[in-house]
Design a protein around this ligand. Sequence first.
Ligand code: AMP
Ligand code: GLY
Length: 415
Amino acid sequence: MKILLVGSGGREHALALGLHADTFCTELHVAPGNPGIAQFATCHELDIKDNQAITELAKSLEIEFVVIGPEVPLVNGAADRLRAAGIKVFGPSKAAAQLEGSKNFAKEVMHDAGVPTAKSFTVGPVQLEIERALDTFGAPYVVKDDGLAAGKGVVVTTDRQVAIDHALQCQRVVIEEYLAGPEISLFGISDGRNIIPMQPAQDFKRAHDNDAGPNTGGMGAYSPLPWAPTNLEDDVYTQVLAPMIAEMAARGTPFIGLLYAGLALTDTGLKVIEFNARFGDPETQVLIPRLQTPLAHLLYKAATNDLDDVALQWRNDSAVTVVLAAPGYPADPITGGEITNLPEVADTQIFYAGTKREGTKLLSNGGRVLTVTGIGSDLTEARNQAYRAISQIKLTNSFYRSDIALNASVAEKGN
Ligand code: AMP
Ligand code: GLY
């Protein structure tokens, strides 16, 4: 089958490798792709904000199946446009992608589906209403821009004035209670009726070690989680994924694609922090290398209402991924630096993200530049692999966290 994957990040590099490895995929096209993906697939220029351009590219290449990576085309309705042209798509409709596109919409669906989440108020930029909502919950304050904000929409702070200022800058905000407890990411693959949970991963959102610094798109991840409660996947399936899929179907807007549940494991049970309508980045860079089930056929089955009786197979090993970030990330990344010394090491995979090729040179071209995944029999071995590789890469003033999966690997040894 001829497949088109839309996107250009480390997530898409991991997805592209998974699709390419499955014989169900006879020809892989990626748009726009990146220099890492171009090593094994055909890349095409594309403005991913342009639904018509996506559809025309797919038609001109006689693509039978499209996988959409990032949230922007999903929230813009690219999947609807492709489906109207008779092309199968892994990725939700514009209406279903509102689970990521509007925090308030996600709250409404969770409420109707009986899914546990933080108590919240949705308010406009009105000082009095904002203050009333903040004071109902007290510090730490959690203020979320209702709409897509490229990772900059959420402020968690003990400073009341900072919370008020952020809320006043947004058209509509969700102000919610602070959830204490470890955070995990658990993804489900859905055909609109069934949803199959993947294994959980943990993401590191802050820029620097010990969770210091600003929020980012994610600085590293690992899977599996040796410390997680047994039955975690079953609990998330029963309490979160299945009711969400049933509610979306009942509303006449079935969710077909990847439902990303960001969860807090609190003293009073698991609670949803957020939903995304797509694979997470960098969680995908630890999940896809561990997934044994052939990816292309799996996603095609989701796209064609055919996930009855599908169970996922996983490698019995661990994966740790570490993000190499450009200087200044996330506020103001400096791009255009030359990347050299990429090592080729067994059990290590370097996923390209913000990169571009200029002649024979590889240059940085975004905040998150590379994601380096190590695979090992346990987290300690996987960490060692990842850090051995990333420490050799040269990009002036770039940085990475040194504590990805550290606590979990220590705890695992203690078991
Ligand atoms: P989000 O974009 O919704 O994932 O939020 C970004 C980050 O803010 C999350 O990964 C959490 O670390 C934090 N966060 C969001 N909502 C809450 C909450 N209700 N309680 C505590 N932390 C939160
Ligand atoms: N890793 C967080 C995200 O993909 O949104």
